[in-house]
Design a binder for this molecule. Structure first.
Ligand code: 7TS
Length: 434
């Protein structure tokens, strides 16, 4: 190994060790969430002259400095294309990227890293399955079951497939609290069902769906199930094998990692049967003008140069989340939601949207006679960042008979002061609108 590379490798190893020390430090003692907040530089700034209060983590989470530094480090010292170079940097980048895949595998307890396909995000994960599995195995008259609370990214890819194939979309209804009506689901399942695609936790309602039971029911008909975990993996532990999920997809940027990278988990036997999603470099084994054979899993589904820094960054985001501990994060966020319920539900004229018994840390609401966009604008002046609109769940807006909602969503770095600031800002909204 050339000397100058050796010294860089030493520094890389040192940074890795430091990161491990940091995460093990957090883990051995109960995490101090006020200290954790200090790790997120974006939060420590003023917006329009006010201290930023960030309550939009369901849209995207901020990134801890540990992840930002790793990405910076990658571009400074390791940048290279992967899977194709014998040179040192290429091998190093490949090792880091593949190591991230192993971290993902362990994070969701998949059986093999071959089952971990890197994609752009949840949206691409669903599109991959709808295109590849759907084109091969779903035909005219077949049925696909989704729920009334899906994000558009778990509706539209299936609709496109239905249009191509003449298949039919079926929708599991929800009750007024925003919970699935499981009896109706069981009635929808039949011999024609060829796929069930369900969100694990709703981005709008916060509802945590009983996905294990949903999967069990579908498997009675030998129907595969895709779980949209975009709002799950950052809030509680997910074990794809315990769930017996066939496909599970999530986005890195909602898990304290970079944008533009996500994961599609698929059971090996299913991925093996599926044709490639896109063609190009890296996904092939042999190419001639007459015939092409494809690479082994997971590369068969990863055409072209991937988001290398993103994959590596996601790996370190997973280290960070595991270092804090998902159990602790879950408890912390449940306490925040509890506090928000106590603080906000008492405000006259505020109606919550989504009151499921099992709920993750999302608080959507409407205010009497005030459009959610106006709420968002006033809150922004107060430095409080929430999301307003249909939240990419238009059918859900119609179900609750609202044009849009305002949504506060919490991450591990939020605290009760943030909720107090939100409550005060909501009172200002009422003042402004009389
Ligand atoms: N599924 C769910 C449940 C989501 O919440 C989102 C994004 C997606 C899929 C799509 O994820 P992407 O990373 O591929 O875009 N949800 C939101 C949201 O609630 N506000 O902004 C994005």
């Amino acid at each position: 190994m050339p000397l100058r590379f050796f010294s860089k490798l030493q520094s890389i190893k040192q940074i890795q060790m430091e990161s491990e020390i940091l995460t093990s430090e957090i883990k051995t003692s109960a995490p101090d969430f006020s200290k954790i907040r200090e790790n997120f530089p974006t939060l420590h700034q003023t917006v329009k002259g006010r201290q930023l209060v960030y309550l939009d983590s369901a849209a995207t989470t901020h990134k801890p400095v540990q992840v930002i530094e790793k990405i910076d480090h990658y571009y400074r010292l390791q940048n290279s294309n992967i899977h194709r170079g014998v040179h040192y940097l290429s091998q190093l980048a490949t090792e880091e990227y593949e190591n991230a895949r192993i971290k993902v595998k362990n994070f969701i307890n998949a059986s093999s890293e071959k089952e971990i396909v890197f994609v752009k995000g949840t949206t691409e994960g669903v599109n991959l399955v709808a295109s590849s599995y759907g084109n091969r195995f779903i035909n005219e008259g077949d049925e696909i079951i989704i729920t009334h609370m899906e994000h558009h990214s778990n509706i539209v890819p299936w609709q496109l497939l239905c249009e191509r194939k003449g298949a039919v979309l079926r929708v599991i209804p929800i009750n007024d609290r925003g919970e699935l009506i499981m009896e109706e689901y069981k009635k929808l399942l039949n011999e024609k069902t060829k796929m069930v695609a369900v969100v694990h936790a709703s981005n709008t309602l916060g509802t945590e769906n009983p996905v294990k039971e949903i999967i069990e029911e579908a498997h009675k008909y030998n129907v595969p199930v895709l779980i949209d975990g975009a709002q799950a993996v950052q809030h509680f532990e997910v074990d794809v094998r315990a769930l017996d999920a066939d496909f599970y997809t999530f986005s890195g940027h909602k898990l304290y990692g970079p944008t533009g990278i996500g994961v599609l988990y698929g059971k090996k036997e299913l991925l093996e049967k599926m044709p490639p999603y896109q063609g190009g470099g890296d996904m092939i084994s042999y190419v001639s003008f007459e015939r092409t054979t494809y690479n082994e899993l997971p590369y068969k589904f990863e055409a072209g140069t991937p988001h290398i820094a993103g994959g590596i960054g996601l790996g370190y985001a997973i280290d960070y989340v595991k270092g804090v501990g998902l159990q602790a994060i879950k408890q912390h966020e449940a306490a925040l939601l509890d506090y928000a319920n106590k603080k906000l539900l008492g405000i006259p004229g505020l109606t919550p949207i989504g009151t499921a018994e099992k709920k993750s840390s999302v608080f959507s609401f409407v205010l009497e006679n005030i459009h959610p966009h106006d709420i968002g604008t006033i809150l922004d002046v107060e430095g409080v960042a929430v999301r307003t609109g249909h939240l990419c769940t238009q059918p859900l807006m119609r179900r609750f008979d609202v044009p849009a909602v305002a949504r506060a969503s919490f991450g591990m770095y939020n605290n009760t002061d943030d909720i107090d600031a939100l409550a005060e800002a909501i009172l200002k909204v009422f003042k402004v609108f009389g």
